[in-house]
Design a protein around this ligand. Sequence first.
Ligand code: 4NP
Length: 150
Amino acid sequence: MATKILMVCLGNICRSPLAEGLLKSKLDKNEYYVTSAGTGHWHVGEKPDSRSIAVAKKNGLDITDQRGRQFKASDFEEFDHIFVMDTSNRDDVLALANSEEDRAKVQLILDEIFPGENVDVPDPYHGGDRGFDQVYEMLDKASDKLAERL
Ligand code: 4NP
């Protein structure tokens, strides 16, 4: 059965859709299922933010088929790995964990390149386009490492 991976941020429209698109593009679709969710409910059913769509497109990735969904406790049963974009997402996800096994599935995505340093992928929502380029670069590097390791 495919390994199931969930990317999580706050809104599920800026960072985690990019993380999903990037990791998907680096893994064999027959072996890995990758999707994303937000801890918040505001953007359920929506497409990714136009600025995330644009930075992905500029780099040859199409993320327009993604739709927002909210993280839920049963995701701990469904997914093998849960990668969170920042420490606040980690707190929100861990608050819904029921066991040590659940908690062990959760990792900050930038731990792949800065292990143990608690580095966040900054939320680009209220900033300019440059923030989306930076987020893309960080997630590209982290997902390269992840694709090698998984
Ligand atoms: P994301 O960015 O967590 O990277 O998707 C955000 C998008 C929307 C909101 C917050 C963060 N919001 O408050 O609506």
